[in-house]
Design a protein. Structure first.
Ligand code: COA
Ligand code: AMP
Length: 639
């Protein structure tokens, strides 16, 4: 097969179009629109068909095209004269290491690690699970999988053994690649005991590769490979042409049920959409420095630490540190100034943490931040106070945008590379081209302008969005309750104003967002409810000044349970830490006599959450005993 080589390093400097016209065209002529966007990539076999709706509601983009994502993200830039351009800038205040990799160095390391995976028998379609901290080798592993058509599945390092085990059990990887430890500001987190515990509970025995870190080495057991030694001995492997519809990765996220769901992303649609977004949403092109301050374990890390910046030939910063405490609240500004970051992406909670520690922005003012053109935020609601604070301090547009793991890239945004529409505080902006955003009421009818309803997306979803749920092809359909059937239900509620700006008000399900991390209260309830003294429980997400939301548990005890409530509370907090992970940040447990329910036994979590947040939510007429809810008011109000 003949690979169509790209010309010089991709630049995307054609004139900026008007938003309204571009948006309209993306919905009226999606095939033409995305065919044009696809031309920015190098294809082994350019697609003749753009959209295949046969498997609706999952549409397949570029079904007869062939390409390789790793080739487009790495090799193409080397071959077109950008071999010496920096691809990765690793900046790790927690270990004191800073290192850069040019595109040529990245290609060589990825090709060799692909050789290691090949040597372990990994073939096209096999899964590889990564349990790694924010180090360049994590990016190299992801790209090595892409190079040979293996499907990676990255598990965030802050998840405990049980969460890791659930993901391994579902993905059934041939190989697990892990780092010997994560480095948190106050402690080293050894990963081997977590992986051991996860694998002990499963009957799977994947091959294991360990990346040794000097802070805490793991024991390399018989049959396991040491990363460095394996790479030194490996043969470089070339990119394999793949059908555009082949899966690139599976990323697990919290759903409405306790179990995580594996969002599947393809190769072709993903590469086309991300490259398009880099220019039109983020206004970044080849040669510029871009920093998404997220972990690779989340979708932001996949899309905007790894793939999107590399697809356009930019330099991406891999940051292993926190916004505060590594060493201080000036860390974000140091990285921007030191590396000349042009565009940055952070979670609102990170900005709130910095603001709390340095309200006057003294540490930002002492830096030269003139390289920065835009600060993007997403992951949770950007509160207007933080928006104002960051805008006043940085004097650049602070751009809220809204999306989720399932969509892989922004649904609504202030599109910085597509005209100059004003930003409205409180709104994540306008619908991004390709996304047909609809607000539907409880009966599935379009909500009146300005009225709140379920935010839905009318198919076809654009390229780059989920192509399925791993192992559960029908889940997308079943997840949509009857009134919204035929639409993709985002799980968020909100409204659109008369200028088309979308306002996202919060989740309609039991998913919560703790410090920008999406978590399931169901998983926490499972951990709390399994305690021998607990008869039943509810975990709800309540508003928090710093983290946006934090979980709070209400438990009903069994007759004859312990009277040492202090001890019980501490046990439950530890359980959630051990079963879900420290990031769940459960701190508050209240023992109550009864939980409010409907007559059919459904716990009224939404009503409790409303009271805790000082908001009156409608209470269903089917409530079993209104007094139970009334009696909880004082507990829910107390902080
Ligand atoms: N591996 C192991 N443990 C981890 C971890 C990881 N990768 N990430 C977090 N943890 C642990 C922390 O050490 C902490 O443990 P502790 O309870 O023993 O102190 C716990 O999980 C909670 O961590 P965190 O959520 O980071 O809270 P914090 O109070 O330490 O810090 C913030 C608060 C706001 C600074 C922090 O949450 C933050 O940086 N948030 C931004 C997150 C982000 O960028 N999200 C974007 C996703 S799009
Ligand atoms: P995740 O899949 O982890 O990216 O989480 C997605 C969810 O986070 C969304 O469904 C929203 O509930 C929330 N979210 C993400 N970005 C925003 C935003 N800009 N404003 C409000 N909520 C957001």
């Amino acid at each position: 097969m003949c690979r169509r080589r790209a010309g010089p390093c991709p630049r995307t400097g054609d004139p900026v179009d008007d938003y309204a016209a571009v948006y309209r065209r993306s919905l009226e002529a999606p095939e033409e629109f995305w065919a044009e966007a696809a031309r920015s990539l190098a294809w082994d076999r350019p697609p003749r068909q753009v959209l295949d709706g046969a498997g609706a509601p999952y549409h397949r983009w570029f079904p007869d095209g062939w390409l390789n994502t790793c080739y487009n993200a790495v090799d193409r830039h080397v071959e077109s004269g950008c071999a010496d351009r920096v691809a990765l800038l690793y900046d790790s205040p927690v270990t004191g290491v800073k290192r850069s990799h040019t595109y040529a160095e990245l290609r060589d390391q990825v090709a060799r690690f692909a050789g290691v995976l090949r040597g372990l028998g990994v073939r096209r379609g096999d899964r590889v699970v990564l349990y790694m901290p924010m180090v360049p080798q994590a990016v190299i592993t992801m790209l090595a999988c892409a190079r040979i058509g293996a499907v990676h599945s990255v598990v965030f390092g802050g998840f405990a053994a049980r969460e890791l085990a659930t993901r391994i059990a579902d993905a059934r990887p041939k190989v697990v690649v892990y780092g010997s430890c994560g480095v948190e500001p106050q402690r080293i987190v050894p990963y081997q005991p977590v992986l051991d515990e996860a694998l002990r509970s499963l009957r799977l025995r994947p091959r294991v590769v360990v990346l040794q870190r000097p802070q805490c080495r793991a024991e390399v057991r018989p049959g396991e490979l040491d990363w460095e030694a394996a790479v030194a001995a490996a043969q470089a492997v070339d990119c394999v042409p793949l059908p555009a519809t082949d899966p690139l990765y599976v990323l697990y996220t919290s759903g409405t049920t306790g179990g995580p769901k594996g969002v599947v992303r393809d190769n072709g649609g993903h590469a086309v959409a991300l490259a398009w977004s880099m220019r039109h949403v983020y206004d970044i092109e080849g040669g510029q420095v871009w920093w998404a301050a997220s972990d690779i374990g989340w979708v932001v890390g996949h899309s905007y630490v790894v793939y999107a910046p590399l697809l356009v030939g930019a330099t991406t910063v891999i940051y292993e540190g926190k916004p505060v405490g590594t060493p201080d609240a000036g860390a974000l500004w140091r990285v921007v100034a030191e590396h000349g970051v042009a565009g940055m992406f952070a979670a609102p909670t990170a900005l709130r943490a910095v603001r709390q520690a340095d309200p006057a922005g003294r540490l930002a003012r002492s830096r030269d931040l003139t390289s920065l053109r835009n600060l993007f935020v997403a992951g949770e609601r950007l509160d207007p106070a933080t928006h104002r604070w960051a805008s006043d301090l940085l004097r650049v547009p602070v751009v809220d945008h809204w999306w989720q793991t399932e969509t892989g890239w922004p649904i609504c945004a202030g599109l910085r590379g597509l005209g100059d529409r004003p930003l409205k505080p409180g709104s994540p902006g306008l619908a991004v081209p390709g996304f047909d955003v609809r607000i539907l009421d409880d009966h599935g009818n379009p909500a009146a302008p300005g009225s709140e309803g379920a935010i839905c997306l009318r198919p076809p979803l654009p390229p780059g969005t989920l192509t399925g749920v791993w192992g559960e092809e029908r889940r997308y359909v079943e997840a949509a309750p009857h009134p919204c059937a035929g639409h993709y239900l985002t799980g968020d509620s909100g409204y659109v104003d008369d200028e088309g700006y979308v306002y996202v008000m919060g989740r309609t399900d039991d998913v919560i967002n703790v410090a920008g991390h999406r978590l399931s209260t169901g998983a926490m309830e499972a951990a709390v409810g399994a305690h021998p003294d607990v008869a039943e429980c509810a975990v709800i997400g309540v508003r928090d000044e710093l983290k946006g939301q934090v979980p709070r548990a209400l438990v009903v005890l069994k007759a004859g349970a312990t009277e040492d409530l202090g001890r019980l509370r501490a046990d439950l907090v530890t359980r959630v830490r051990e079963h879900v992970g420290p990031i769940a940040s459960l701190k508050r447990v209240d023992v109550v006599n009864r939980l409010p329910k409907t007559r059919s036994g459904k716990i009224l979590r939404r009503a409790m959450r409303g009271i805790a947040d000082g908001r009156e939510e409608p209470v269903p007429a089917t409530i079993e005993d209104p007094e139970v809810l009334e009696n909880l008011r004082s507990i829910l109000w107390s902080s």
